[in-house]
Design a protein around this ligand. Structure first.
Ligand code: AMP
Length: 398
């Protein structure tokens, strides 16, 4: 049997998502999540051969221990012999990385340097890389960046109207995120809809706990809603998205917030949670709205209005629209949000098909509009697949 498995690691600040993907069959051989790392009750949950299992860790155990236990598990299951590479999701690649790369000392150094732009994420990603390098010292380690897909944006799309020196000296510009997801679903859309890669105009809406929209022309990102950080753009689960930057000074000067408190407010206490004062979970909000909860209804209205406005705005850089993609937990499952957004975009030619919209749930892909062009389509995202195939391709070159 030829080896064709890739270990995919997505190391967050207190969690570690992992999967082993067979790139020949596309099967997810093992998948799981280590959570509450460095907290009171850390544990690893995983699924192998159809069965769900749990490994309990000791209080305070962090990434290194979790990865060591994962390695034990992989070896115990005999999966290590099949591995050809380890692929790491890295959140911020700055301007250094326009595509996935083999990790060497220079790459490690560049990821470290970029940590100032993503102080919560990149250091956690680095922990995963260091631990995996030790555990699988003979395997190629590959970095796949959330920002890389958006490096095709032009200055008119990525520069803020701030003093140019802030960009030149400190890298303050728009980078965009969810690039792996936007790349995957747009590539799928080209295939499914038979779009010409040299002449296509796609808007992709990744709607999960974090939400972003990307304008994709001829297969390349030309604009995206997130910026220097994943806070810019759409309203999200707990993030505000765009606000008047003057609110920052108001909160600090008038209401005596510290910068850390403002950061917390905008990242953790706003969005669906902030408006509804109920939950950041879209399912809870939808249920409450159905039962007449006024602030839940308001949260959904704002979410959909702002999303529709952003999608329509991206018809400008695209000079039209061939396809609108919905993906992420909300995009893949919420017929309510899709229906609301598509009906606000009828003027662009989109016509919702109610039955198709109701059918596209729980991992089902499908076109949800009746008109052929432009069309709206639901495509479940698969970032792990992109990480696995990129890593395998780079490993083969070695
Ligand atoms: P993600 O970050 O991609 O896992 O997406 C998480 C978001 O998807 C949460 O807001 C969930 O409430 C939302 N979600 C998952 N399933 C559904 C569903 N059936 N209906 C509405 N929202 C859902």
């Amino acid at each position: 049997m030829s080896s064709s498995h890739v270990l995919v690691l997505n190391c967050g600040s207190s969690s570690l998502k992992f999967a082993i993907i067979d790139i020949e069959s596309g099967a997810e051989v093992l998948c799981g999540l280590a959570e509450c790392l460095a907290e009171q009750h850390p544990l690893i949950k995983y699924k192998y051969d159809g069965a769900k299992q749990t490994i309990t860790l000791n209080e305070g155990d962090a990434h290194q221990i979790a990865i060591a236990r994962l390695v034990e598990l992989v070896k115990h299951l005999g999966l290590d012999e099949q591995l050809i590479a380890v692929g790491h999701r890295v959140v911020h690649g700055g301007e250094h990385f326009t595509h996935s790369v083999l990790i060497d000392d220079n790459v490690l150094q560049a990821i470290k340097q970029t940590s100032t732009l993503a102080p919560l994420h990149n250091p956690a990603n680095l922990l995963g890389i260091e631990a995996a390098k030790t555990a699988f010292s003979t395997l190629p380690q590959v970095a796949v960046f959330d920002t890389a897909f958006h490096q095709t944006m032009k200055p008119q799309a990525f520069l803020y109207a701030l003093p140019y020196s802030l960009y030149k000296n400190h890298g303050i510009r728009r980078y965009g995120f969810h690039g792996t997801s936007h790349y995957y679903v747009s590539t799928q859309a080209h295939q499914i809809l038979g779009l010409d890669k040299n002449n296509s105009r796609i808007v992709s809406a990744h709607l999960g706990n974090g939400c972003s929209v990307t304008a994709i022309k001829n297969g390349q990102s030309v604009d995206t809603s997130m910026g220097l950080t994943p806070l810019e753009g759409l309203m999200m689960g707990t993030r505000s998205g765009d606000i008047d930057p003057g609110i920052f000074a108001f909160l600090v000067n008038q209401l005596k917030y510290s910068p850390t408190q403002v950061d917390l407010l905008l990242n953790k206490q706003s969005g669906l949670l902030g408006i509804s004062e109920l939950s950041n979970d879209c399912r809870t909000i939808e249920e409450a709205a159905t039962n007449g909860h006024e602030q839940a209804k308001l949260a959904l209205d704002i979410f959909c209005y702002r999303l529709a406005k952003q999608i329509a705005a991206f018809a400008v850089p695209l000079a039209g629209l061939d396809a609108l993609i919905f993906t992420g937990g909300i995009g893949e499952n919420s017929d309510v949000i899709r229906s609301n957004v598509v009906s606000q975009l009828e003027f662009l030619g989109l016509q919702l098909d109610n039955n198709k919209n109701l059918a596209a749930r729980f991992g089902q892909q499908g076109v949800i509009t009746s008109s052929n062009s432009p069309c709206a389509i639901v495509i479940p995202t698969n970032e792990e697949w992109v990480i696995a195939t990129d890593s395998a391709a780079i490993a083969k070159e070695q």
